[in-house]
Design a binder for this molecule. Structure first.
Ligand code: TPP
Length: 377
């Protein structure tokens, strides 16, 4: 197990002065350490991994230095385009270190959405011709320091991206010091319960990646209800609202609620403009805005610094609302349900954090899909 400080110091010794990425649970402690110990212009939590890689490209163009671009391996899909079409040695030849959390590593128990991605992660890097080293929890800092030095040198000498693939359990704990604490009355779980209580029998929910889907699942369990009304977007962060759009367009008589996250919304924010342009009035978009990537540790997003309602309004949503308290949420859900034919966005400002004893879906994704499709029919 490696101390985040020691790992960070190793990178700093290699003249790295830009860290950018989308956080991951396996990288939580190093992400926190970076957040606490960098100046504002040395660390950017990006909207998506392709954006992070591109910030890294810009940094290299401006300084000649090597950036660190961190992500969960599920974010590899988001980087492939700028990675192969820009940073690659065949194109602009940009040295950079990809620091990748390896969810679903073969032999390590993980959720269904991580299995395939985890199994093909090394092959993906190989087929993209990206040299990589694996960081394992059995390694000590002397070994890791050597690996870091050699991978940074390789990245510089080949003039292209190289990767560090980080297994589960590599970092010791680090408690974030500069944590933005916001005093808001409700958690996401409180809000989910309130909304589910206000929905009609025919309404369906498409819930976003991470804890939101787990909380929705567990609430249905506690009510002894089935899960057929919910499509859990267990992977594919940022895509839940377009799945909801695809359903809403085909099922105009159903109200389709998307339970979205602020991080997920920011990841592919162009989707909001498309939602509005389709005039799909049965799509009801709810953003649980905790200003954080709560599901992977609570690293900041810009969610609490932006005006979500005005963004939605500006791209053409018919009705936008904000709610913070229990009574505001109940009132807002009634307004949304009454606003027939109006594409609606409700931003709910919540406090980050979730129960430590929160479970995970027992049904398989395919069981979930079959039940959901049966219900839609
Ligand atoms: C493309 C991609 N990048 C990163 C992740 C890891 N990940 C899962 S949930 C999550 C945070 C989502 O944040 P937000 O949408 O604000 O929801 P919250 O966790 O706060 O409920 C992240 C980064 C992922 N699943 N997919």
């Amino acid at each position: 197990v490696i101390e985040p400080k020691a790992f960070y110091d190793s990178l700093i010794k290699c003249d790295i002065s830009l860290f950018t990425g989308v956080p991951d649970s396996l990288l939580k402690n190093i992400c926190f350490y970076i957040a606490d110990n960098t100046k504002p212009d040395e660390h950017v939590i990006a909207a998506n991994e392709g954006n992070a890689l591109s910030i890294g490209i810009g940094y290299h163009l401006a300084t000649g230095n090597v950036p660190v671009v961190y992500m969960q391996n599920s974010g590899l899909g988001n980087v492939i385009n700028p990675l192969l079409s820009l940073a690659d040695t065949d194109v602009y030849s940009i040295p950079m270190i990809l620091l990748i959390g390896w969810r679903g590593q073969p032999g390590v128990k993980d959720e269904p959405q991580h299995k395939k991605q985890g199994r093909v992660t090394t092959s993906l890097l190989e087929v993209m011709e990206i040299p990589y080293e694996i960081i394992a929890p059995t390694m000590d800092i002397v070994q890791v320091d050597k690996i870091i030095k050699s991978i940074v040198n390789k990245s510089k000498s080949r003039g292209g991206p190289c990767a560090l693939l980080v297994s589960k359990g590599c970092f010791s704990d680090y408690e974030l010091i500069n944590d933005a604490v916001v005093d808001l009355p409700l958690t996401r779980e409180d809000a989910i319960k309130l909304i589910v209580g206000e929905l009609d029998d025919e309404d369906v929910i498409v819930s976003t990646t991470g804890v939101a889907s787990r909380e929705l699942y567990e609430y249905r369990e506690s009510l002894r209800q089935g899960h057929e009304k919910d499509f859990l977007t267990v992977g594919g962060m940022g895509h839940a609202n377009q799945i909801a759009l695809g359903i809403a367009m085909q099922k105009p008589d159903r109200q389709v609620f998307c339970f979205d996250g602020d991080g997920a919304m920011l990841m592919h924010m162009g989707s909001l403009a498309i939602n509005a342009s389709m005039h799909c009035g049965n799509l009801k978009h709810i953003i649980f805005n905790n200003g954080a990537h709560d599901s992977v540790g609570g690293q900041s997003t810009v969610g609490h610094q932006i005006d979500v309602q005005n963004i939605a309004k500006a791209v053409g949503y018919d009705l936008t609302l904000q709610a913070i308290s229990e009574t505001e949420i109940i009132k807002a859900i009634k307004s949304i349900r009454d606003a027939e034919g109006m594409i609606t966005l409700l931003e709910i400002r919540i406090t980050k954090g979730f129960r430590k004893n929160l479970g995970r879906p027992i049904n398989s994704p395919q069981e979930n899909k079959d039940a959901f499709m049966g219900f839609l029919e």
